[in-house]
Design a protein around this ligand. Structure first.
Ligand code: ZN
Length: 236
C-alpha cells in the first residue's frame, strides 16, 4: 500500500511531537491510538470473526459507554475465566459442582444425550424438546489430530451409567442418545461409543438424520434439531 506524501508528512509531524510511544512503530495501523485503546483493539481483534475494523468500532463503543457498563463487561469476562468450570457429572459448563441441568429435579434422569461440546448442548436445549440429562465428551475422536478415547470423557460416561445402575431404580440410566455432529469424525465417535456402551444394559440411540452431513449441531435450526431428537433411532 502506498501512503500519499501529504499523509506521511502529517504522521511524521505527530511523531515528532514526541509522545514517545509508538510514533515509529512499523506496520501498526493502530499506532495513532493511545496505549490502552490500542491494547483493547488488539485484544478484541483476537476474537473469532472480529477483524481490526470491528475491533476498533467495539473499542470506541466501550470508550463511549458509561463506566458501569464497561466495568460490567470487564467483570463478566473475568468471571467466565475465574469461576466457570465443568459440571462434575456431565461436563457441561458450570459455576458450581453440578450444572443447572444436573441439579434440576424435574429432569428425566433415565436418559442421557451425548454431545461433543457444551455449545451443542445449548443448541439442543434451546429446542425445549429434550428433558433428560446430557454428557459432554469434550471433543470427538480424531486420530489424525491425536485425539483418542482417553482424551474424551468416555470413561466417565461409562462410570456414570454403571453408578446409576448400582444406585437404585429411580436414577437408573436406560437410554443413551448419541448426538454427535454429522461429520466423518462424529460418525466414527458414535460408532466407537456404541461399541463401548453395548453390554451395559441400556438402549443406545442416535439423533435422526435430518441434519445435513458435514454440518454442525450448533448451527442447525431449532425445528431440525427438535425433529432429530423426536425421531431418534436405536442403533443396530
Ligand atoms: Zn451437569
Amino acid at each position: 500500500m502506498k501512503t500519499p506524501n501529504s499523509i506521511k508528512g502529517s504522521t511524521d509531524a505527530v511523531g515528532s511531537r514526541g509522545t514517545g510511544r509508538s510514533g515509529n512503530r512499523s506496520g501498526g495501523g493502530n499506532s495513532a491510538y493511545p496505549g490502552p485503546m490500542r491494547d483493547l483493539i488488539e485484544q478484541l481483534a483476537k476474537l473469532p470473526g472480529i477483524g481490526t475494523r470491528s475491533a476498533e468500532r467495539l473499542a470506541f463503543h466501550v470508550l463511549k459507554s458509561d463506566e458501569s457498563s464497561a466495568m460490567a463487561l470487564a467483570s463478566a469476562i473475568a468471571a467466565v475465566k475465574q469461576s466457570l468450570g465443568h459440571c462434575g457429572s456431565c461436563f457441561n459448563l458450570s459455576d458450581g459442582d453440578l450444572c443447572p441441568i444436573c441439579e434440576d429435579p424435574e429432569r428425566d434422569r433415565s436418559r442421557v444425550l451425548v454431545v461433543e461440546q457444551p455449545k451443542d448442548l445449548i443448541a439442543l436445549e434451546q429446542t425445549g424438546m429434550y428433558r433428560g440429562l446430557y454428557h459432554v465428551l469434550m471433543g470427538r475422536l480424531s486420530p489424525l489430530d491425536g485425539v483418542g478415547p482417553g482424551d474424551l470423557t468416555i470413561g466417565q460416561l461409562v462410570d456414570r451409567i454403571n453408578t446409576s445402575h448400582s444406585s437404585g431404580d429411580t436414577h437408573s440410566i436406560v437410554e443413551v442418545v448419541l448426538g454427535l455432529n454429522p461429520t466423518v469424525e462424529g460418525d466414527g465417535t458414535a460408532l466407537y461409543l456404541s461399541s463401548q456402551l453395548s453390554g451395559l444394559g441400556i438402549e443406545v440411540s442416535r439423533l435422526a438424520r435430518g441434519l445435513p452431513t458435514g454440518g454442525a449441531l450448533e448451527y442447525a435450526n431449532k425445528a431440525v434439531l427438535a425433529d432429530a431428537i423426536l425421531g431418534r433411532q436405536i442403533m443396530e
